[in-house]
Every structure is written in structure tokens, then in C-alpha cells.
Design a binder for this molecule. Structure first.
Ligand code: FPP
Length: 211
């Protein structure tokens, strides 16, 4: 969900204004995803490296996440959206942890869309925690979560930034210069439609005549 800070700067506003606007995009994307056949949506809200940002921005983001959870749980529950949170919880503000646990509990029955929000998340750390002596691919995938079909990165960045490294083994990538606060239904539809037109081979050869 990149480009919030730059979006705000365009209007001479503080970076947090961009994150607030970005939360509206989150809402739009969650509402629109089921109609496009999306079953699981994972959103990168705060990486473990984001703690290095100025305290004002970090605190503002944590407050924003708290507000979002407080406001959205009822609608998610009503619409069959299951909320889950991935990442560390031991460094989060103490009021956020019960909010997260409550949201997970209250929406656990949702079957239309599974939304996973990554907070204090590092894919490398998640992988380290999942690795056990004798663990096979299946065990690790089980511990981490579903493979990614489509990864969308906004704001013109073209890197993974410690996000879903294992799960993206065969992901298709969609990079867009659109800043996250400007990302809406149209951009999501375009990304999904382009994804559906791609041939995914998973290492196999489908055109046997070309052998
Ligand atoms: C990266 O863009 C974005 C973030 C670190 C925060 C993302 C958070 C939200 C969209 C709002 C809250 C999330 C939820 C799930 C309600 P950036 O700040 O690095 O922007 P820049 O690349 O323009 O500097």
C-alpha cells in the first residue's frame, strides 16, 4: 500500500493524512474484492522495519489501525468478511492487541472473503519461526498461509520489502504508479483482469509442439 506519504505531500499535508486516505482505499478494496472472485486479500499495513519511522508517524499509524478495526468489524461481520492479523503482537500498543483479538473472534465465521492484515510483519521472521527440524514444504506453507496468486504493489515501487517471500514463489506481480490513496475499484479490476489473462506455468511447459 505504497505512496501514501507522497500522495499527502502533493497537497502539502502531513504523511499521516495520506495514511488516513489510504485507509479509505483499504475499505474500498475489501468491499469490492468478493465481486472479482478474490477469496483471500493480504494487506501490508506496517512492516517490522516501519518502527524506524518517526514516532509521530508510527503512533498515528497505530491509532489509525485501532480506529479502522473499531469501525469495520460490524460491517465485515455483516458481509461475511473474516479479519485476521499476521505479524508480531508483543510490540504493539497494549490497546491494539485486544482489539485485534476481538476482531478475529467476532468475524471468525466470515466465508466470503478472508482479509489478512500484516502489522509488525517481517516475512523473514515468519519463515524463521515456521522452520522446524524435519519440516517439509507443506508444513511451512501450513504455518505461513496460502500461496499468493497476485501481488499488487502501488506507488511505483518494484520490490518485495520482506513481504510474503515464501508465499510469492509463483506469484504474478502487478506494479502500478498509482499511489495507494488513489487505488480503487477500477485499479483493482484492471489488476485482476490482467492477472486472469496471464498464462501461469508453474515451471511446466504447456506448448508441447515447441519442444
Ligand atoms: C507505505 O507507504 C504505507 C504504509 C507504511 C502504511 C500503510 C497503511 C495504511 C494504508 C492505512 C492503515 C491500514 C489499514 C489496514 C487500515 P508510504 O508511507 O511509505 O508512502 P511513500 O512511499 O509515499 O512514502
Amino acid at each position: 500500500m505504497d505512496g501514501n506519504g507522497r500522495w499527502a505531500k502533493r497537497f502539502g499535508w502531513p504523511r499521516l493524512a495520506g495514511h488516513k486516505k489510504g485507509a479509505e482505499s483499504v475499505r474500498r478494496v475489501i468491499r469490492h474484492s468478493p465481486s472479482l472472485g478474490v477469496e483471500t486479500l493480504t494487506l501490508y499495513a506496517f512492516s517490522s522495519d516501519n518502527w524506524k519511522r518517526p514516532a509521530e508517524e508510527v503512533n498515528g499509524l497505530m491509532r489509525l489501525l485501532g480506529h479502522f478495526i473499531e469501525k469495520e468489524v460490524t460491517e465485515c461481520r455483516a458481509n461475511g468478511v473474516r479479519l485476521e492479523f499476521i505479524g508480531r503482537r508483543d510490540r504493539l500498543p497494549s490497546n491494539l492487541v485486544p482489539a485485534i483479538e476481538g476482531a478475529e473472534r467476532d468475524t471468525a465465521a466470515g466465508r466470503r472473503l478472508r482479509v489478512r492484515i500484516a502489522i509488525d510483519y517481517s516475512s523473514r521472521d515468519m519463515l524463521l519461526a515456521a522452520l522446524r527440524p524435519g519440516a517439509d514444504r507443506e508444513d511451512i506453507s501450513q504455518a505461513l498461509g496460502p500461496d499468493v496468486d497476485l501481488l499488487i504493489r502501488t506507488g511505483g515501487e518494484k520490490r518485495l520489502s520482506d513481504f510474503l517471500l515464501w508465499e510469492c514463489a509463483y506469484a504474478e506481480f502487478h506494479f502500478t504508479p498509482v499511489a495507494w490513496p488513489d487505488f480503487g475499484e477500477r485499479e483493482l479490476e484492471a489488476a485482476v483482469s490482467e492477472f486472469r489473462s496471464r498464462e501461469r506455468r508453474f515451471g511446466e511447459v504447456y506448448d508441447t509442439t515447441a519442444a
